[in-house]
Ligand binder design. Structure first.
Ligand code: ATP
Length: 282
């Protein structure tokens, strides 16, 4: 039995560059892991099956689960037969724009590679992961990266900026597909938002980072789900600062340069809202 941590991500930028012939959207984004995580337990014995155990009632435990799909893709690629049991202790909110399913899938790939001693490189695991979901390759590495294409093409970003994030998940169910469908023409931009974010991170300039964070899906998501805008407004009042949206939402986040500042924001929000998390960039 072996344990892998599956870290959530936030989008520090997300530019939508247009629709592709395959129906997906071309994006340019900065993904950053945070230390809010699921625990993924793995065990393997002789046999030929994949089983998922979890106390979560909000995700399917069959082949629709991304962790299941990752295990199937891994075993197929490695050409090994095993009975694999995956235990998922869910802490990342589901369907929240935090990439929890992709994180679990990547944790399964890393974990099975260790458990079965298959010796795949991270790049090989990322390639297997791309067949499961666009955000899975990023979750194989964690940390920070610029992701392009559908999100599967990665350029890793190394930075030393210490940042805390306070996440708020509004009680709204968001359909990622509906949000992307409602995106209009791409905004003209002389430089991608990701370059500004990366520059701020590498200069370890917290204020420049806050000024650069942006998400093309936010206006669209707020128009489709006005509750997101209402929560953002309330959160900004309580936190006394700008807040941002991750992925296709609905999770909102505030950034802080110190733990003490983040804790104050967290305490303020906890009085009013249920799903609030304090975490740190990984
Ligand atoms: P994305 O932004 O990629 O849509 P998300 O963070 O918004 O990701 P997830 O938590 O990954 O959303 O879940 C999206 C959907 O995938 C849910 O409706 C859920 O039922 C399904 N799903 C499949 N496997 C998992 C998993 N291991 N954890 C969470 N959700 C999963």
């Amino acid at each position: 039995m072996l344990l892998e941590r599956a870290y959530a991500k936030v989008n520090l930028s997300l530019d939508v560059l247009g629709e592709r012939p395959d129906g997906y959207h071309e994006v340019d984004m900065v993904l950053q892991s945070v230390d809010l995580s699921d625990a993924v337990w793995l065990a393997a014995e002789p046999g030929d099956s994949i089983r998922i155990e979890s106390s979560s009632t909000q995700m399917p435990l069959d082949e629709r689960n991304l962790a299941y799909q990752a295990a199937r893709a891994f075993l197929g690629h490695a050409e090994v037969r095993r009975a694999v049991t995956i235990g998922i202790e869910k802490r990342i909110p589901i369907a929240a724009g935090l990439g929890g399913g992709s994180a679990d899938a990547a944790a399964v790939l890393r974990g099975l590679n260790r458990l079965l001693g298959t010796g795949f490189t991270p790049a090989e695991l990322a390639e297997i992961g791309a067949s499961v979901g666009s955000d899975v390759p990023f979750c194989v590495y964690n940390g920070c990266a610029v992701a392009t294409g559908r999100g599967e093409r990665l350029q890793r970003v190394h930075h030393d900026l210490r940042v805390w994030a306070v996440l708020l998940r509004p009680p709204v169910f968001v359909s990622t597909a509906d949000v992307y469908r409602a995106v209009g023409e791409p905004r003209p931009r002389p430089v991608p938002s990701s370059s500004q974010v990366v520059q701020a991170l590498q200069a370890a300039d917290f204020d420049a980072l806050c000024a650069a964070v942006q998400n093309d899906l936010r206006d669209v998501a707020e128009a489709l789900y006005p509750e997101i805008a209402a929560h953002a407004e309330r959160m900004e009042t309580i936190a006394c600062q700008r807040v941002y949206m991750s992925g296709s939402g609905p999770t909102l986040f505030a950034l802080a340069p110190t733990q003490a500042k983040a804790q104050r924001i967290y305490n303020g929000l906890r009085g009013f809202m249920k799903e609030v998390y304090l975490c740190r960039f990984v």
